[in-house]
Ligand binder design. Structure first.
Ligand code: GAR
Length: 196
């Protein structure tokens, strides 16, 4: 069976990217990672991808005078890799609506909360501030509203007494590393698709 071609967008550490690369190294996994793109030249994840033998590209947002021009360069880099799916993995740039519309049904994101709760920045701190007793992570289709697209899969973790944003983030991250490969496999097997 043909494997799903996945391009990954990162901005930093790249631990979710690494989890996807690791999953795709298993023979029976239904997806392959064809490209990693970072909008930051100093993203630590770039070296991890290179070490794993995955092609990398840098599309530095600071090199483009406008969001439209950055998006055009990103789109050109993506198209060349012919991905079936574009996986945002700690990708911290807001893209223009027309570009996101062109990615409709093709782009997915992971967010460290149980969406629709705690969208946007610092979701772990948001959970603590709200007095939540559980939180988690969500893989969802990307649509123009930030962290708003249809949900593909979620995993839950408890919020424990004494948690800080860092301890909660670490507990959630462990689940992210399992959830993202599972969600991509669901898409590859046709078990998840963008709703009509
Ligand atoms: C992850 O926790 C991811 O869910 C989050 O950033 C972290 C990236 O870590 N993404 C967002 O908050 C997007 N809204 P990583 O670079 O080690 O994968």
């Amino acid at each position: 069976m043909r494997k799903l071609r996945v391009a990954i967008l990162i901005s930093g550490r790249g631990s979710n990217m690494q989890a996807l690369i690791g999953a795709a190294q298993a023979a029976g996994y239904p997806a392959e990672i064809v490209l990693v793109i970072s909008n930051r030249p100093d993203a630590a994840g770039l070296a991890l991808a290179e070490k794993a033998g995955v092609p990398t590209r840098i599309v530095d947002h600071k090199a483009y005078p406008s969001r439209e021009e950055f998006d055009a360069a990103l789109e050109e880099a993506l198209v060349a890799a012919r991905p079936d799916v574009v996986a945002f993995a700690g990708f911290m740039r807001i893209l223009t609506t027309p570009f996101i519309e062109r990615l409709r049904g093709k782009a997915v994101n992971i967010h460290p909360s149980l969406l629709p709760l705690y969208k946007g920045l610092k979701p772990q701190q948001q959970a603590l501030d709200a007095g939540a007793t559980e939180s988690g992570c969500t893989v969802h289709w990307v649509t123009p509203g930030v962290d708003e697209g249809p949900i593909i899969a979620q995993a839950r973790v408890p919020v424990l007494p004494g948690d800080t944003a860092d301890t909660l983030a670490a507990r959630i991250l462990t689940e992210e590393h399992k959830l993202y490969p599972r969600a991509i496999a669901m898409i590859a097997r046709g078990e998840a698709s963008f709703p009509d």
